[in-house]
Design a protein around this ligand. Structure first.
Ligand code: AMP
Length: 282
Protein backbone atom coordinates (compact mmCIF):
# COMPACT_ATOMS: atom_id res chain seq x y z
CA UNK A 1 0.00 0.00 0.00
CA UNK A 2 1.29 3.45 -0.90
CA UNK A 3 0.89 6.33 1.53
CA UNK A 4 0.59 9.65 -0.25
CA UNK A 5 0.33 13.08 1.33
CA UNK A 6 0.55 15.43 -1.60
CA UNK A 7 -2.52 16.13 -3.77
CA UNK A 8 -0.29 16.36 -6.88
CA UNK A 9 1.24 12.95 -6.22
CA UNK A 10 -2.22 11.54 -5.66
CA UNK A 11 -3.48 12.85 -9.00
CA UNK A 12 -0.37 11.64 -10.84
CA UNK A 13 -0.85 8.18 -9.34
CA UNK A 14 -4.50 8.14 -10.44
CA UNK A 15 -3.62 9.29 -13.98
CA UNK A 16 -1.08 6.46 -14.25
CA UNK A 17 -3.75 3.94 -13.26
CA UNK A 18 -6.17 5.37 -15.82
CA UNK A 19 -3.53 5.03 -18.55
CA UNK A 20 -3.14 1.36 -17.71
CA UNK A 21 -6.90 0.88 -17.84
CA UNK A 22 -7.48 0.48 -14.08
CA UNK A 23 -10.59 1.82 -12.37
CA UNK A 24 -10.55 3.43 -8.92
CA UNK A 25 -13.09 3.25 -6.11
CA UNK A 26 -12.70 5.88 -3.40
CA UNK A 27 -13.58 5.86 0.31
CA UNK A 28 -13.25 9.27 2.01
CA UNK A 29 -12.80 9.03 5.80
CA UNK A 30 -11.62 10.92 8.84
CA UNK A 31 -9.73 7.86 10.10
CA UNK A 32 -9.78 5.98 13.40
CA UNK A 33 -11.10 3.01 11.50
CA UNK A 34 -13.76 0.63 12.78
CA UNK A 35 -15.58 -2.21 11.10
CA UNK A 36 -17.92 0.29 9.37
CA UNK A 37 -14.99 1.87 7.53
CA UNK A 38 -13.55 -1.56 6.68
CA UNK A 39 -16.85 -2.70 5.19
CA UNK A 40 -16.90 0.41 2.98
CA UNK A 41 -13.39 -0.53 1.80
CA UNK A 42 -14.58 -4.07 0.99
CA UNK A 43 -17.50 -2.65 -0.97
CA UNK A 44 -15.04 -0.40 -2.83
CA UNK A 45 -12.91 -3.44 -3.67
CA UNK A 46 -15.89 -5.09 -5.32
CA UNK A 47 -16.61 -1.88 -7.25
CA UNK A 48 -13.30 -1.19 -9.04
CA UNK A 49 -9.79 -2.52 -9.73
CA UNK A 50 -8.11 -0.34 -7.10
CA UNK A 51 -9.19 1.25 -3.82
CA UNK A 52 -8.05 4.65 -2.58
CA UNK A 53 -8.92 5.64 1.00
CA UNK A 54 -8.44 9.20 2.18
CA UNK A 55 -7.77 10.00 5.80
CA UNK A 56 -8.34 13.65 6.49
CA UNK A 57 -9.90 15.22 9.57
CA UNK A 58 -11.39 18.14 7.71
CA UNK A 59 -11.26 21.28 9.87
CA UNK A 60 -13.88 23.17 7.84
CA UNK A 61 -16.68 20.75 8.73
CA UNK A 62 -16.22 21.23 12.48
CA UNK A 63 -17.88 24.12 14.31
CA UNK A 64 -15.93 26.31 16.76
CA UNK A 65 -17.17 24.34 19.80
CA UNK A 66 -16.90 20.91 18.25
CA UNK A 67 -14.34 18.14 18.74
CA UNK A 68 -11.77 18.90 16.00
CA UNK A 69 -8.80 18.88 18.38
CA UNK A 70 -9.90 15.83 20.34
CA UNK A 71 -11.17 13.84 17.33
CA UNK A 72 -9.66 10.32 17.80
CA UNK A 73 -6.59 9.61 15.69
CA UNK A 74 -4.28 6.59 15.30
CA UNK A 75 -2.47 6.68 12.00
CA UNK A 76 -0.34 3.54 12.48
CA UNK A 77 -3.35 1.41 13.34
CA UNK A 78 -5.36 2.86 10.42
CA UNK A 79 -2.45 2.13 8.11
CA UNK A 80 -2.31 -1.53 9.22
CA UNK A 81 -6.07 -1.99 8.87
CA UNK A 82 -6.25 -0.40 5.40
CA UNK A 83 -3.29 -2.45 4.22
CA UNK A 84 -4.98 -5.64 5.43
CA UNK A 85 -8.04 -4.72 3.33
CA UNK A 86 -5.91 -4.55 0.20
CA UNK A 87 -6.20 -0.77 -0.18
CA UNK A 88 -3.84 0.50 -2.91
CA UNK A 89 -3.35 4.06 -1.59
CA UNK A 90 -3.93 5.68 1.77
CA UNK A 91 -4.14 9.37 0.93
CA UNK A 92 -3.43 11.41 4.05
CA UNK A 93 -2.93 15.09 3.21
CA UNK A 94 -2.38 17.78 5.84
CA UNK A 95 -4.78 20.76 6.17
CA UNK A 96 -2.26 23.19 4.67
CA UNK A 97 -2.11 21.07 1.50
CA UNK A 98 -5.89 21.02 1.18
CA UNK A 99 -6.41 24.66 2.18
CA UNK A 100 -3.28 26.56 1.13
CA UNK A 101 -2.98 30.25 1.86
CA UNK A 102 -5.44 32.27 -0.19
CA UNK A 103 -8.04 29.50 -0.41
CA UNK A 104 -11.49 31.08 -0.80
CA UNK A 105 -13.86 28.81 -2.73
CA UNK A 106 -16.83 26.87 -1.36
CA UNK A 107 -19.20 24.34 -2.89
CA UNK A 108 -22.69 24.98 -1.49
CA UNK A 109 -25.78 22.78 -1.81
CA UNK A 110 -28.66 25.15 -1.13
CA UNK A 111 -31.47 23.29 0.64
CA UNK A 112 -30.67 19.78 1.87
CA UNK A 113 -28.04 21.00 4.36
CA UNK A 114 -30.61 22.98 6.35
CA UNK A 115 -32.51 19.98 7.71
CA UNK A 116 -31.48 17.56 10.48
CA UNK A 117 -27.81 18.03 11.44
CA UNK A 118 -27.53 21.30 9.51
CA UNK A 119 -29.82 23.07 12.00
CA UNK A 120 -27.32 22.81 14.83
CA UNK A 121 -24.16 22.54 12.75
CA UNK A 122 -24.16 25.64 10.52
CA UNK A 123 -21.53 25.44 7.80
CA UNK A 124 -20.89 21.74 8.39
CA UNK A 125 -22.18 20.57 5.00
CA UNK A 126 -20.42 23.35 3.09
CA UNK A 127 -17.23 21.98 4.61
CA UNK A 128 -18.18 18.46 3.53
CA UNK A 129 -19.20 19.31 -0.04
CA UNK A 130 -16.14 21.48 -0.59
CA UNK A 131 -13.67 18.90 0.68
CA UNK A 132 -15.37 15.99 -1.13
CA UNK A 133 -15.25 17.94 -4.40
CA UNK A 134 -11.56 18.63 -3.87
CA UNK A 135 -10.84 15.01 -2.98
CA UNK A 136 -12.74 13.79 -6.06
CA UNK A 137 -10.63 16.13 -8.21
CA UNK A 138 -7.43 14.80 -6.63
CA UNK A 139 -8.29 11.09 -6.63
CA UNK A 140 -10.23 11.00 -9.95
CA UNK A 141 -12.26 7.91 -8.97
CA UNK A 142 -14.93 6.19 -11.07
CA UNK A 143 -17.03 5.68 -7.95
CA UNK A 144 -17.02 6.51 -4.23
CA UNK A 145 -18.53 4.68 -1.27
CA UNK A 146 -20.30 6.53 1.57
CA UNK A 147 -22.10 5.13 4.63
CA UNK A 148 -25.83 5.52 5.23
CA UNK A 149 -24.96 6.21 8.86
CA UNK A 150 -24.47 9.80 7.67
CA UNK A 151 -27.69 9.72 5.66
CA UNK A 152 -27.89 13.47 5.17
CA UNK A 153 -24.28 13.64 4.03
CA UNK A 154 -24.99 10.93 1.46
CA UNK A 155 -28.09 12.80 0.24
CA UNK A 156 -26.18 16.09 -0.02
CA UNK A 157 -23.33 14.45 -1.95
CA UNK A 158 -25.69 12.66 -4.34
CA UNK A 159 -27.39 16.02 -5.00
CA UNK A 160 -24.08 17.81 -5.54
CA UNK A 161 -22.74 15.15 -7.92
CA UNK A 162 -25.93 15.26 -9.94
CA UNK A 163 -26.20 19.06 -9.97
CA UNK A 164 -22.56 19.62 -10.93
CA UNK A 165 -22.29 16.68 -13.39
CA UNK A 166 -19.40 15.26 -11.41
CA UNK A 167 -18.52 11.98 -13.15
CA UNK A 168 -18.34 9.85 -9.99
CA UNK A 169 -20.91 7.16 -9.20
CA UNK A 170 -22.01 7.40 -5.56
CA UNK A 171 -22.48 4.07 -3.79
CA UNK A 172 -24.30 3.97 -0.43
CA UNK A 173 -23.47 1.34 2.18
CA UNK A 174 -25.88 0.23 4.95
CA UNK A 175 -25.14 1.14 8.57
CA UNK A 176 -22.74 -1.27 10.28
CA UNK A 177 -23.69 -1.95 13.90
CA UNK A 178 -22.25 -3.53 17.03
CA UNK A 179 -23.98 -6.75 18.09
CA UNK A 180 -26.16 -4.80 20.55
CA UNK A 181 -27.37 -2.43 17.81
CA UNK A 182 -25.14 0.60 18.45
CA UNK A 183 -24.14 2.15 15.11
CA UNK A 184 -20.36 2.01 14.81
CA UNK A 185 -18.67 5.40 15.00
CA UNK A 186 -15.19 6.71 15.71
CA UNK A 187 -16.85 8.84 18.40
CA UNK A 188 -18.00 5.71 20.31
CA UNK A 189 -14.48 5.72 21.72
CA UNK A 190 -15.56 8.65 23.91
CA UNK A 191 -18.30 6.57 25.58
CA UNK A 192 -17.72 5.37 29.12
CA UNK A 193 -19.27 2.05 30.18
CA UNK A 194 -22.22 3.80 31.81
CA UNK A 195 -23.07 6.17 28.99
CA UNK A 196 -22.59 3.42 26.43
CA UNK A 197 -25.85 1.92 27.68
CA UNK A 198 -27.54 5.31 27.19
CA UNK A 199 -26.17 5.31 23.65
CA UNK A 200 -28.29 2.26 22.93
CA UNK A 201 -31.37 4.50 23.20
CA UNK A 202 -30.78 5.53 19.56
CA UNK A 203 -30.92 2.12 17.89
CA UNK A 204 -33.67 1.03 20.29
CA UNK A 205 -35.71 4.04 19.16
CA UNK A 206 -35.61 2.87 15.56
CA UNK A 207 -37.10 -0.45 16.63
CA UNK A 208 -39.62 1.28 18.90
CA UNK A 209 -40.81 3.46 16.00
CA UNK A 210 -41.24 0.36 13.81
CA UNK A 211 -43.13 -1.50 16.55
CA UNK A 212 -45.37 1.49 17.31
CA UNK A 213 -46.15 1.93 13.61
CA UNK A 214 -47.00 -1.78 13.36
CA UNK A 215 -49.38 -1.26 16.27
CA UNK A 216 -51.18 1.47 14.36
CA UNK A 217 -49.42 4.73 15.30
CA UNK A 218 -48.70 6.54 12.05
CA UNK A 219 -48.75 10.17 13.19
CA UNK A 220 -45.14 11.36 13.43
CA UNK A 221 -46.10 13.83 16.19
CA UNK A 222 -47.23 10.90 18.33
CA UNK A 223 -44.24 8.79 17.37
CA UNK A 224 -41.91 11.68 18.22
CA UNK A 225 -43.42 11.80 21.72
CA UNK A 226 -42.97 8.05 22.18
CA UNK A 227 -39.36 8.15 20.99
CA UNK A 228 -38.47 11.28 22.95
CA UNK A 229 -39.85 9.74 26.15
CA UNK A 230 -37.84 6.58 25.52
CA UNK A 231 -34.57 8.46 24.93
CA UNK A 232 -35.31 10.72 27.91
CA UNK A 233 -35.62 7.67 30.19
CA UNK A 234 -31.87 6.99 29.80
CA UNK A 235 -29.34 8.70 32.06
CA UNK A 236 -27.50 11.70 30.60
CA UNK A 237 -29.31 11.86 27.25
CA UNK A 238 -30.11 15.18 25.62
CA UNK A 239 -32.01 15.15 22.34
CA UNK A 240 -30.64 17.25 19.52
CA UNK A 241 -33.38 16.08 17.15
CA UNK A 242 -35.91 13.29 16.62
CA UNK A 243 -37.09 13.79 13.03
CA UNK A 244 -39.34 11.88 10.68
CA UNK A 245 -38.39 12.98 7.18
CA UNK A 246 -38.90 12.10 3.54
CA UNK A 247 -35.81 10.14 2.46
CA UNK A 248 -35.31 12.23 -0.71
CA UNK A 249 -35.83 15.85 0.28
CA UNK A 250 -35.29 15.38 4.06
CA UNK A 251 -38.36 17.49 4.83
CA UNK A 252 -40.45 16.62 7.89
CA UNK A 253 -43.55 14.52 7.28
CA UNK A 254 -46.75 14.27 9.34
CA UNK A 255 -47.60 10.66 8.56
CA UNK A 256 -45.35 7.65 8.14
CA UNK A 257 -45.14 5.98 4.73
CA UNK A 258 -42.58 3.77 2.96
CA UNK A 259 -40.28 6.72 2.30
CA UNK A 260 -40.18 7.90 5.90
CA UNK A 261 -36.80 7.91 7.60
CA UNK A 262 -36.41 8.39 11.35
CA UNK A 263 -33.24 10.39 11.96
CA UNK A 264 -31.85 10.94 15.45
CA UNK A 265 -29.09 12.98 17.05
CA UNK A 266 -28.57 12.65 20.78
CA UNK A 267 -25.91 14.06 23.05
CA UNK A 268 -24.77 11.70 25.78
CA UNK A 269 -23.41 13.16 29.01
CA UNK A 270 -23.29 16.59 27.27
CA UNK A 271 -20.16 15.51 25.43
CA UNK A 272 -20.62 12.78 22.84
CA UNK A 273 -23.04 13.58 20.01
CA UNK A 274 -24.30 10.41 18.30
CA UNK A 275 -26.48 10.03 15.22
CA UNK A 276 -28.49 7.14 13.84
CA UNK A 277 -31.26 6.62 11.30
CA UNK A 278 -33.45 4.04 9.68
CA UNK A 279 -36.61 3.57 7.67
CA UNK A 280 -39.76 3.12 9.78
CA UNK A 281 -41.29 0.67 7.31
CA UNK A 282 -38.89 -2.11 6.38
P1 AMP B 1 -16.00 9.18 9.04
O1 AMP B 1 -14.59 8.70 9.13
O2 AMP B 1 -16.75 9.03 10.32
O3 AMP B 1 -16.12 10.53 8.39
O4 AMP B 1 -16.74 8.17 8.07
C1 AMP B 1 -16.23 7.85 6.80
C2 AMP B 1 -17.28 7.11 6.02
O5 AMP B 1 -17.64 5.94 6.75
C3 AMP B 1 -18.57 7.91 5.83
O6 AMP B 1 -19.08 7.67 4.54
C4 AMP B 1 -19.47 7.35 6.91
O7 AMP B 1 -20.85 7.46 6.58
C5 AMP B 1 -19.04 5.90 6.91
N1 AMP B 1 -19.39 5.26 8.18
C6 AMP B 1 -19.01 5.63 9.43
N2 AMP B 1 -19.56 4.82 10.34
C7 AMP B 1 -20.32 3.92 9.66
C8 AMP B 1 -21.15 2.82 10.03
N3 AMP B 1 -21.34 2.47 11.29
N4 AMP B 1 -21.77 2.13 9.04
C9 AMP B 1 -21.61 2.48 7.74
N5 AMP B 1 -20.85 3.50 7.32
C10 AMP B 1 -20.21 4.20 8.26
Amino acid sequence: MDILNSPDEMTQWSRRQALSGKSISFVPTMGFFHEGHLRLMRKAKESADLVVVSLFVNPTQFGPNEDLDSYPRNFERDQRLAEAEGVAVLFAPTPDLIYPQGFQTEVVVKELPFHLCGKNRPGHFNGVTTVVTKLFNMVLPQNAVFGEKDFQQLAVIRRMVQDLNIPVEIIGHPIVRESDGLAMSSRNKYLTASNRSSALSLSQSLQLARDSFQQGVSSTAELTEIISAHIGSFVGTEIDYVSFVDCDNLQSVDQVDRRTLLALAVRIDSTVRLIDNGFVVL
